[in-house]
Design a protein around this ligand. Sequence first.
Ligand code: GRF
Length: 199
Amino acid sequence: ARLVVLVSGSGSNLQALLDAATDPRFPAEVVAVGADVPDAYGLERAAGADVPTFVVEPSAYADRAAWTDALADAVAAHEPDWVVCAGFMRILGAAFVQRFAGRIVNTHPALLPSFPGAHGVRDAMAYGVKVTGCTVHLVDEGVDTGPILAQASVAVRADDDEPSLHERIKTVERELLVETVAALAAHGCTVTGRKVTIP
Ligand code: GRF
């Protein structure tokens, strides 16, 4: 299966996919990496793996709808089976979600539906939860609201701060994302209401 991965930052989740895909038994390949910012380190990781990259910056477009269409065109040019948002920090517009309906995956550093949004780790800590984790889910038109594919838990330690907790979550998250993408690439999934089954 062909993956286009979207990143905004460090791209360690992308790296996990790139590393997994070096095994010929892995059922997917990263065919392109896109970003919304030119300095996303994930772009360098892609280049290091000889994977083509593209940047579609909102500031280059008149409005959100125009940016959304440009991003969707750039993604579509690589003919993905799956679009993987791996630390992509911008909300995808409805036009994008509809164009790749049921084929967009996101990873989120909290146990959804708790703590959606850009600060899942911080919000969970501030709430005082003792267990948090990560969620890999299909993307719908809401913010972190799509059907859940997989989750893993991470215990919060008394001495955690946001970076230490996020780092432990990311260790688990990378593995969960790679496993889930492999399963989707190999078997697809069926969605019934909120329930997703990977056969
Ligand atoms: C991940 O925890 C992702 O869920 C969150 O930002 C982090 C991205 O990490 N939204 P990286 O860029 O893959 O290293």
